[in-house]
Design a protein around this ligand. Structure first.
Ligand code: NDP
Length: 273
């Protein structure tokens, strides 16, 4: 199937749903990504912190070499973990990600976390994020990254960043799922036209035991995973589901075209997370 896209930034297209790769390693990671590409996934989310960029890169290269997909059709995201690095190190981290992924550009590069522990004293994160963002803007201007964004940023982190930013982040990737609704961050991003990616769209697995979500799924004749993803899409979020299980990788794509009514959208928004 073809995953629908959203347009963002300078008219670029981004598949509305991406495959998460957290905790996918080595041969399993390669298998999952190859299967996902066969099924129609084009958008993959990784990070330096996940320590799997080499495996992701191997899978992408294998798929491209086999003619299953072209680079243009793929949308690849990685993230910089920046707590101990000086400004010049951002480019080094980025180049290492590119090398491990065997790519010559990234579609999206994110600041992974706004305030890692070593940066919490005296709000050191503010200065650090401003420096990292400037380096990312430079990489964007050189054409090495197609879009830049942030992850796990709350409104006060974004406000601080925007004081010195030349570019507004294209994306904020935050934890969002039925029962996990970060209202202030969602509203801030909507006001500033920052796309919201939903990490942990199944509450990192917790949703599957929730009877209220099961009731909504039963009503539509769908699985819990499918209605959770449909909810995310109807909210305008871009969900990043992760699974190692072939049948789930396939069925999770079957979430487009489910029309949840207003009552069920509210039920899902407010279930206990
Ligand atoms: P998810 O919410 O995607 O949940 C993954 C869990 O759900 C796994 O246990 C998986 O099991 C299970 N699952 C998937 N599909 C189904 C299904 N159809 N039926 C039943 N169970 C299912 O959690 P993640 O934490 O992996 O988040 C998704 C992605 O978001 C990550 O992989 C990563 O890319 C990103 N992320 C980003 C963060 C950030 O700080 N920016 C933080 C955390 C995640 P199984 O695999 O066994 O099938």
């Amino acid at each position: 199937m073809t995953v629908p896209t959203v347009t963002f930034n300078d008219d670029r297209e981004m598949p509305q749903l991406g495959l998460g790769t957290y905790k996918l390693y080595d041969e399993e990671c390669i298998r999952v990504i190859r299967e996902a590409i066969d099924l129609g996934y084009r958008h993959f989310d990784t990070a330096t912190l996940y320590k799997n960029e080499e495996a992701v890169g191997t899978a992408l290269k294998q798929a491209m070499d086999a003619g299953d997909v072209t680079r243009d059709e793929l949308f690849i995201t990685s993230k910089v973990w920046h707590s101990h690095q000086g400004e010049h190190k951002v480019e080094e981290a980025f180049q290492q990600s590119l090398k491990d992924l065997q790519l010559d550009y990234l579609d999206l590069y994110l600041i992974h976390w706004p305030n890692p522990k070593p940066l919490r004293e005296n709000d050191a994160w503010k200065k650090r994020n401003a420096e990292v963002w400037r380096a990312m803007e430079d990489l964007y201007n050189l054409g090495k990254i197609r879009a830049i964004g942030v992850s796990n940023f709350l409104p006060h982190h974004l406000e601080a960043l925007l004081e010195t930013a030349r570019m507004t982040p294209a994306v904020n990737q935050i934890r969002l799922a039925p029962g996990v609704y970060q209202t202030e961050a969602v509203n801030f991003c909507r006001e500033h036209e920052i796309l919201l990616e939903a990490w942990g769209p199944f509450g990192q697995g917790e949703l599957f035991q929730n009877p209220a979500v099961q009731a909504v799924a039963d009503k539509y004749g769908k699985t819990i995973a499918q209605v959770a993803l449909a909810w995310s899409l109807q909210e305008g979020f871009l969900p990043l589901p992760k699974s190692v299980t072939p049948s789930r990788i396939a069925s999770n794509l079957d979430c487009f075209g489910i029309e949840l009514d207003a009552v069920d959208l509210e039920v899902l928004k407010n279930v206990s997370g």
